[in-house]
Each structure stands twice: as structure tokens, then as C-alpha cells.
Design a protein around this ligand. Structure first.
Ligand code: SAM
Length: 289
């Protein structure tokens, strides 16, 4: 059978399996991922949720007919699509040429598990849950701030930073309730451990103890041994935010600390409010060895 007929026949097979399974997209019998396109509206929203722009290098893992990479190139980014099926790689190259973006949209015949992701600022995929889980350790090891977007499938214990649902009536297979799900993760910096912090011209030394599960933080803080209440914390790539209240420099205060993590150092601005005056001052934290 000609390879493209095989893809089509497999596509029909996947459709039938998917319908039999009540609409959930399925792997082939050998566990591999079938070729099913993401509807254009879904592609548009995947690129938008990741805020893809001219500074970005996007890699689509299993690029099919190239639509995600071509969409990224249209937004000025440079994109690479890899696919295990050489016919689809050729088709994607033709589509990029027709769209006039061949200079920014490259396609390679390659196994996604053998693809170097280290240069990507955005990684996209429409694969299967078990493949996402296999990829997860490599994605978590990418530079903090790298955006990962998956159509429909999540990443098990690594919860998404954002999820949106898109009406996808023209979706060939899969989807639940006529919807596509788009998940976004921002690769978190490693911030777990003990830190010492100081606010410019206010109070004494702070100790921070941070426990981290992916991007979720559990933070304890004190100033010179007096406990501070950390009401909320957020980690997005290298950016950390903490909402803190307690006695600082002997005065009751609410603080919003925003900082950027750079290895063993965090630097940022703290907005302080003592009930009467609001101030902004620098804060710096260093990791305790
Ligand atoms: C569901 S399609 C998604 C296509 C495209 N990314 C989109 O969203 O329209 C999955 C693609 O992954 C490709 N694929 C499956 N296993 C792969 C592997 N191990 N390495 C590279 N590509 C693979 C398939 O050939 C197929 O084109």
C-alpha cells in the first residue's frame, strides 16, 4: 500500500476506533500517535495562549501537515516541525512554501523523542496522554519560562498553568462535548530550599523556606524569628510573587513581593502598605547553602 494511503487508511481506522470509544482519540494498536489535524481555530488559540511572537523559536512535536509551525511563522516566529512520517514532512514543506513562510518554518523527518528541544522557547504538541507523560521530564528540564502547549491532553501530575476550552465542531476525531482543550504550562525555575532576604531600609533579615511541587509553592517566612504569614504565592517561569503580612520592622504590614529568580539569587520590588502609607522598595534574596 502507498504510504499516503496507509496514513489515510489509518486515519479512517482511528476515526472508527475513536467513535467506538465514545469520541476519545486513541493510539494505534502499537501505541503510536495517529495523524489527526488540530482545527485552525485551535491552532490559533494554541499560539495565542503561548503569546507566540517574533522572538520565539517554536517546536511542534509531531507536526502533521505543518499547520502549527506555519501559524507560528505567520506571527513572525521561527518554527521547527518534526514528524515520523516522511510524507507528512514533505506535505508540510509544500504547505509552508505555499504560505510564503519557508524561511521561518522548517520541517524534519525525525522521531520526536530524538529531537533536541533545548533551543525552543515554545513547545507544542497534539499527541497522547502517555506520550506527554514520557516527555514531561525533558520538558521540565528546559529553560525556566519555556511555554509548553498541548492540544487536549494534560501532563498528569504537572497541572497546567492555564487551560481553555474551544468549540471545535469540525474536529475530525476526539474532543469531549464538541470542545477542544488547550493546556499551557510555563516551565518553572527551581526555587525550593532556604533563602535569606532583605528589604531596602525596612526591618531585619527574613528567612524563607520554600517547598515546591512543579510551579506550586508552599512558603514559610519569618523576620528575625518572628513568623510572617504568606497568604499567596505564585511562580511563573522565573517570576515569583508572594503576598505577605505580619510585623515588619516592628510595624504591622501587608507586602506584595515580586521578583525574578536567577540561580541562587532573587531580586525584585516589594510594595509595602502599613495601613497609612504605601511604598515600593527593592528586595533581594540569596540561597542559603
Ligand atoms: C495528532 S497529529 C498532530 C498534527 C499537528 N501537530 C496538529 O496539531 O495538527 C500527531 C502527529 O504526530 C506524528 N507522530 C507520531 N509519533 C511520532 C514520533 N514518535 N515522532 C514524530 N512524530 C510522530 C504523527 O505522524 C502525526 O502527524
Amino acid at each position: 500500500m502507498h504510504p499516503s494511503s496507509r496514513v489515510l487508511a489509518r486515519g479512517l481506522g482511528a476515526l472508527l476506533v475513536a467513535l467506538a470509544a465514545g469520541g476519545a482519540a486513541q493510539a494505534w494498536d502499537d501505541g503510536s500517535v495517529p495523524f489527526v489535524v488540530s482545527p485552525q481555530e485551535v491552532v490559533h488559540r494554541m499560539l495565542r495562549i503561548a503569546e507566540v511572537g517574533p522572538e520565539d523559536r517554536l517546536i511542534d512535536l509531531g507536526s502533521g501537515d505543518g499547520r502549527v509551525v506555519i501559524g507560528a511563522a505567520r506571527r513572525g516566529a521561527r518554527g521547527l516541525g518534526v514528524d515520523i512520517d516522511p510524507e507528512l514532512v514533505a506535505q508540510a514543506r509544500d504547505n509552508a512554501a505555499r504560505a510564503g513562510v519557508s524561511d521561518r518554518a522548517r520541517f524534519e523527518h525525525r522521531d520526536l523523542f530524538e529531537t533536541d528541544l533545548s533551543q525552543a522557547s515554545v513547545v507544542t504538541m497534539y499527541l497522547l496522554p502517555e506520550i506527554n507523560l514520557k516527555l514531561m521530564p525533558r520538558l521540565l528540564a528546559l529553560a525556566p519560562g519555556t511555554r509548553v502547549v498541548s492540544h487536549d491532553w494534560d501532563m498528569g501530575p504537572w497541572l497546567p498553568d492555564e487551560t481553555l476550552s474551544v468549540r471545535a465542531p469540525d474536529k475530525p476525531v476526539g474532543g469531549r462535548n464538541g470542545l477542544s482543550y488547550i493546556h499551557l504550562w510555563i516551565v518553572p525555575a527551581q526555587v525550593a530550599g532556604a533563602w535569606r532576604a532583605r528589604l531596602d531600609g525596612l526591618g531585619g533579615e527574613w528567612r524563607l523556606r520554600i517547598r515546591q511541587t512543579y510551579q506550586m509553592l508552599d512558603v514559610e517566612a519569618d523576620e528575625s524569628g518572628r513568623e510572617l504569614v504568606v497568604r499567596a504565592s505564585r511562580l511563573r517561569g522565573r517570576e515569583i510573587k508572594l503576598v505577605v503580612s505580619g510585623l515588619v520592622g516592628g510595624r504591622p504590614m501587608n507586602l506584595l513581593l515580586a521578583g525574578r529568580i536567577d540561580g541562587a539569587r532573587i531580586e525584585g520590588l516589594a510594595r509595602t502598605f502599613d495601613g497609612q502609607t504605601e511604598n515600593e522598595r527593592k528586595w533581594i534574596a540569596t540561597r542559603v547553602q
